[in-house]
Write a protein that binds this ligand. Structure first.
Ligand SMILES: *[C@@H]1O[C@H](CO)[C@@H](O)[C@H](O)[C@H]1NC(C)=O
Ligand SMILES: *[C@@H]1O[C@H](CO)[C@@H](O)[C@H](O)[C@H]1NC(C)=O
Ligand SMILES: *[C@@H]1O[C@H](CO)[C@@H](O)[C@H](O)[C@H]1NC(C)=O
Ligand SMILES: *[C@@H]1O[C@H](CO)[C@@H](O)[C@H](O)[C@H]1NC(C)=O
Ligand SMILES: *[C@@H]1O[C@H](CO)[C@@H](O)[C@H](O)[C@H]1NC(C)=O
Ligand SMILES: *[C@@H]1O[C@H](CO)[C@@H](O)[C@H](O)[C@H]1NC(C)=O
Ligand SMILES: *[C@@H]1O[C@H](CO)[C@@H](O)[C@H](O)[C@H]1NC(C)=O
Ligand SMILES: *[C@@H]1O[C@H](CO)[C@@H](O)[C@H](O)[C@H]1NC(C)=O
Ligand SMILES: *[C@@H]1O[C@H](CO)[C@@H](O)[C@H](O)[C@H]1NC(C)=O
Length: 432
């Protein structure tokens, strides 16, 4: 028997055009995306972009393969040019990194005692880079044991309780390093006391996170983003009730279901990527996204620094994930950037930074000026100097040290010259 082709086509169109819940329509409209498979795909690309950062941290850098989940792996030194765990690492602190998975356990997090004037931060992120909890010097956390849980396990015997909105995520511990000699050993000893210990084992509620979650992804950024969004969907659900209602239907329309991605026939990924890119450009060009600090410097809006309203600021978190995945909140650090566009340093260019005086920072605070390459990593150089700041031997033009073991007596203007290593610095330049 012959099936009339018109009837089949009509049936397919009916299935594909199944109406989305109002909340999904409203969400697509709020991002100026069409309410169809292409718009849903563009949304999914924006939604899943931060997972590229999560993959870099968890898998590409080797954490899952080498340490597995629920282990804090500490570095011995500050980041250098060969460290590619996160983009724009800072060299003021030494990091410990852990990927947590609460599908079958809770975790006890140990915060060791440290000096009052030392900045340290335990930052807890969902896989999308949303910072949902912090412990540290800024919030004057009490040293001791804290419970990290995904359920409502009891935490009476702990200093505090942290409930993770998603069963998987990242714990990043940073401890300020005051100098590159004896203090590095001291920081290493603090980091060795920062512990992550499984407790309350329970029947797994989700499949465990393993290297297989990141294996055999497509080479195309768009395809691999959609594939990862599909694979992690059950373990990285939206945090707010409104999004829990709106997002899954959009992802399903885009072809993300049952843990894998099925590209709808009518979707041209190049076109969908262009729509996602247009949303990013509109956000980046909006002055309110990057308020000016004067003199050409700007900073991410505090609304989008580390915290994305529990994952509802979809475009903002995609933009931040590409430039500063795992940014922290303004209470802990500000990241002023020179220019909204990337500045370039070619053979013929130099930058002279003039400070009118020592930047004011809190007692446990610090500042630094760091250079990154186009990919967001530190720039290799013969001196292994990636940053200058309050712990560097910067001098005034008179020759006196700007910082003297933390004891500045006089204050005044000083300058930092950044130029190509092949160009000899001017003769009067003291600290090269
Ligand atoms: C760079 O950092 C890595 C990882 O911490 C370390 O193994 C390596 O020795 C460092 N390289 C230099 C030149 O300090
Ligand atoms: C420590 O050395 C690294 C290079 O290995 C440098 O980037 C960093 O600024 C130094 N830190 C301090 C506090 O001197
Ligand atoms: C490095 O820092 C430690 C504090 O941990 C201090 O005792 C030591 O004097 C400093 N060393 C140098 C060379 O500044
Ligand atoms: C990846 O693909 C290869 C070749 O098809 C296969 O042998 C391997 O088992 C796959 N790995 C995972 C984790 O799926
Ligand atoms: C991705 O590219 C690499 C090298 O270019 C190749 O070996 C690999 O098979 C490709 N993977 C897929 C899934 O296409
Ligand atoms: C997909 O879209 C791009 C850009 O809109 C277009 O250049 C390309 O020809 C399209 N590809 C197909 C197969 O339609
Ligand atoms: C600053 O100078 C002191 C004394 O010369 C030296 O020990 C220290 O390593 C220098 N620090 C930096 C960051 O260059
Ligand atoms: C070196 O001389 C130049 C040109 O006169 C001046 O702009 C700069 O501030 C001087 N730098 C220092 C460190 O004295
Ligand atoms: C800072 O200055 C005070 C008062 O002059 C002095 O007692 C202290 O030893 C100095 N500290 C350092 C680290 O130089």
């Amino acid at each position: 028997m012959l099936v009339h082709p018109i009837l089949l086509a009509g049936l397919a169109a009916f299935v594909q055009a199944a109406p989305l819940p109002d909340s999904s329509n409203a969400l697509l409209q709020s991002l100026n995306l069409p309410i169809d498979e292409v718009g849903a795909t563009a949304f999914s690309l924006l939604y899943g972009t931060p997972l590229v950062g999560f993959r870099q941290l968890a898998s590409t850098s080797g954490i899952l393969e080498l340490d597995g989940t629920n282990v804090l792996a500490s570095h011995d030194t500050a980041a250098n040019a060969s460290v590619h765990v996160v983009v724009r690492p800072n060299v003021d602190t030494i990091y410990s990194t852990g990927v947590f998975d609460l599908s079958a356990t809770d975790l006890v997090v140990t915060v060791p005692p440290m000096e009052e004037d030392r900045f340290y931060l335990f930052a807890f992120y969902d896989p999308y880079g949303d910072l949902f909890a912090t412990l540290g010097s800024v919030s004057a956390s009490t040293p001791g044991e804290y419970l990290l849980r995904a359920t409502d396990a009891h935490c009476d015997s702990y200093k505090g309780c942290i409930t993770s909105p998603t069963p998987i995520g990242t714990l990043l511990v940073r401890v300020e390093v005051k100098n590159n000699s004896t203090d590095v050993t001291k920081v290493a000893s603090y980091l060795s006391k920062c512990d992550l210990v499984p407790v309350n084992p329970h029947k797994p509620s989700y499949p465990p996170l393993t290297p297989a979650d990141f294996a055999n992804l497509s080479n195309s950024t768009a395809l691999s983003t959609l594939e990862m969004t599909a694979r992690l969907q059950s373990r990285a659900a939206p945090e707010t009730a409104r999004f829990q209602h709106a997002v899954p239907a959009i992802l399903a329309l885009a072809g993300i279901r049952s843990g894998s991605y099925h590209q709808p026939n009518c979707v041209n990924l190049t076109h969908a990527s262009a729509l996602a890119e247009a949303a990013v450009t509109a956000f980046t060009n909006s002055p309110s996204s990057f308020p000016s600090l004067g003199n050409g410097w700007s900073v991410y809006s505090s609304t989008y620094s580390g915290s994305f309203s529990s994952g509802t600021a979809i475009v903002a978190r995609a933009v931040v994930a590409e430039q500063l995945y795992l940014q922290v909140t303004p209470a802990n650090a500000l990241y002023p950037t020179l220019g909204r566009k990337k500045t370039s340093l070619t053979d013929s260019k130099a930058y002279l930074f003039t400070f009118s005086g020592r930047p004011p920072v809190a007692e446990d605070g610090f500042w630094s000026l760091t250079m990154y390459n186009d990919a967001g990593y530190l720039v290799a150089n013969a001196e292994n100097t990636y940053a200058v700041g309050d712990r560097s031997n910067i001098t005034f033009s008179s020759g006196g040290l700007v910082y003297n073991g933390g004891n500045g007596t006089t204050d005044g203007a000083f300058q930092v010259l950044v130029q190509d290593a092949g160009v000899p610095p001017p003769g009067n330049w003291t600290a090269k």
